[in-house]
Design a protein around this ligand. Sequence first.
Ligand SMILES: [Zn+2]
Ligand SMILES: [Zn+2]
Length: 173
Amino acid sequence: MEQPKSITGGCNCGGVRYRVDFAQNHDWKQGPGTCQCTQCRKMSGSLIFNLHVVPISAVTWLSKATYAEYNSSAQCFRAFCKDCGSSIAWMDRSIDKEIELAIGTFDEEFLVGARDAEDKPLGAYGIALANPKGNHHFIRNEIQGVTDTHTRKGTRFWTVSKDGAMKDSEEGN
Ligand SMILES: [Zn+2]
Ligand SMILES: [Zn+2]
């Protein structure tokens, strides 16, 4: 699985832009994950929210012109673009060294790559950036026959990671 050294991303209108420089020892299994909690669904507008955990020091903000934060709980906030509404990130203030970036805001050239003459993608880093064998949170909210197929691989959590993995989690990467 080919892994990028660095990627860029941003919101729909371009008011928020960032670069991520991945450390050589970046954890490509624990980094990518999904969440199906109701807050992530409401904020992203999607049934499954794909997030990638990186150290805050790995993120360089190239533009914060329209950057805003919403306190979704006493401890956590969600970063978004106040002009176009893109969900950018989630962060727990008590784990202040890490930020979870919304994978859907990673630029297409890194997720999908260039295309051939027939518009077929030539391949990029999508499988590494959104590794389906990563951590899957809030399995309790899975919708049978709709979202459950996305979380069969990897480590599954009934709610949050600190409560421990479910017994049906797959090991290895
Ligand atoms: Zn925007
Ligand atoms: Zn969530």
